[in-house]
Design a protein around this ligand. Structure first.
Ligand SMILES: NC(=O)c1ccc[n+]([C@@H]2O[C@H](COP(=O)([O-])OP(=O)(O)OC[C@H]3O[C@@H](n4cnc5c(N)ncnc54)[C@H](O)[C@@H]3O)[C@@H](O)[C@H]2O)c1
Length: 419
């Protein structure tokens, strides 16, 4: 009997319909699935995956299984699990899932351990919680792992920190750092789905609002661009001078969060950093503002401060908590401070996850074939794989591009010709 722990198996039909719908927008992953299935590229390999349990992740899991892998899945965030998807993976595809929407911290880590115990020749992370659980609690198992993959910026930061300190036990592929991942998923995926989360939870009018984006990295520039496109007056708060300059030249107002706090109607932090919006900033905010976070962990908004400053707290809409300050001002928090796009909406569209998860599938096969020659470091997939994914994506979008002539290639490789 297959072991699993999910909320409600009777949701499987709905989950299956949604997984199939997403599949229609994931042609690159579909073509890789076919290729890896024929090659049985992951035959006999166990993969423990800790990813957001969404329709797109389901398609990745199905692809890995088709390639011969023995996969198990848990959530990479307690609020991002789609229970119908978890049910369909178990019932329709025979994939063990250990995840439930809204689970507490204890259950979240219990599920990570259950997934690890299923088998872990390869670990697959979004935020590095599974890998760090393995490193902390299963030390004798570390040497048996072939390698790992990591989906997001915050996870890559954690892994690089471990590698610098000599603590990383096996090689990891930073899937986030493929261009076909961060340039598209982080920018267009987070951009659109963050706005989607805000709208679903508040039905706020973006047009004419003062919309503050904290962090103008790949995700932040996506959120800022989409908010601007909907008519918001966008303010960017940044700590890096180059990024701040880019934001200024893109036409955004740039100022420190301490100043933006007084002006904003909607605030989204997406820095991957800790405590970027604290009590100090909240104290300056207008009545009835909306605040949320799209960064990986729920540490960007200092929730302890918000709790401490409040005299009353209530759920005013789905995924929206209203805090009342002692002077009567109301602060509306999206998704409990967890990533807005996954806690208040469905996460990134399948069309963009197609490329991220094509990278994940390639990374697993790359590890199986090459890990023995790799150090205990963080690696990026070879550029050729990145370009291949882009090429196939373009094809599936019906877009043709130019090809360099031999003469042009020779010229671009030469130095002799000048004025
Ligand atoms: N919501 C999602 O679905 C989703 C998707 C991809 C990535 N992420 C997460 O979003 C976060 C950002 O990812 P990214 O790829 O944009 O990273 P990035 O490194 O490209 O950008 C982060 C930016 O934040 C700035 N920053 C850091 N601390 C700051 C502070 N205190 N004040 C102002 N600016 C500050 C940095 O200078 C940088 O420009 C990460 O946690 C990542 O894991 C979330």
């Amino acid at each position: 009997m297959m072991e699993y722990e999910i909320k409600d198996i009777s949701l499987a039909d709905k989950g299956l319909r949604r997984i199939n719908w997403a599949s229609g927008f994931m042609p690159v992953l579909g073509s890789i699935r076919k290729k890896f299935k024929e090659e049985k590229a992951l035959e006999g390999t166990s993969i423990s995956a800790c990813l957001h349990v969404t329709t797109e992740t389901a398609n990745l899991m199905i692809s890995l299984k088709a390639a011969g892998a023995d996969v198990a899945l848990c959530a990479s965030n307690p609020l991002s699990t789609q229970d119908d998807v978890a049910a369909a993976l178990v019932k329709e595809f025979g994939i063990p899932v250990f995840a439930a929407h809204g689970e507490d911290k204890e259950s979240y880590y219990h599920h990570i351990r259950k997934t690890l115990e299923h088998g872990h020749d390869i670990t697959m992370d979004d935020g590095a919680d599974l890998l760090s659980t393995l490193h902390k609690g299963y030390k004798s198992e570390i040497d048996k792992v072939i390698g790992g993959t990591e989906e997001t910026t915050t996870g890559v930061i954690r892994l690089r920190s471990m590698a610098r300190r000599g603590l990383l036990g096996y090689p990891v592929i930073a899937v986030n750092d493929s261009m076909t991942k961060y340039l598209f998923d982080n920018r267009y995926g987070t951009g659109q789905s963050t706005i989607d989360g805000i709208l679903r939870s508040t039905n706020a009018l973006i047009a004419g609002s003062n919309f503050v984006v904290v962090g103008y990295g790949w995700c932040g520039r996506g959120v800022a661009k989409r908010a601007k496109g909907m008519g918001a007056k966008v303010i960017v708060a940044e700590a890096d001078p180059i990024k701040a300059l880019e934001a200024a030249m893109e036409g955004f107002q740039v100022m420190p969060i301490s100043q933006a706090a007084k002006i904003g109607d909607i605030f989204i932090s997406v820095t991957g950093d800790k405590w970027v919006i604290t009590g100090k900033e909240i104290q300056k905010m207008k009545d009835n503002v909306i605040i949320g976070n799209s960064g990986h962990f729920n540490v960007e908004i200092k929730l302890e401060d918000l709790e401490e400053m409040s005299v009353e707290k209530k759920e005013v809409r789905e995924n929206l908590t209203q805090f009342k300050l002692s002077d009567g001002r109301k602060i509306n928090l999206l998704g409990g401070g967890r990533l807005v796009n996954l806690s208040c909406a469905e996460g990134h569209p399948a069309m963009v996850m197609d490329m991220s998860f094509a990278n994940q599938a390639y990374a697993a096969v790359y590890l199986k074939q090459n890990a023995r020659g790799l150090e205990k470091q963080v690696y990026t997939l070879p550029k050729e794989i990145d370009r291949d994914i882009a090429r196939v994506k373009l094809e599936t979008m019906g877009i043709e591009i130019d090809e360099l002539t031999d003469e042009q290639m020779k010229y671009l490789d030469s130095w002799g010709e000048g004025t």
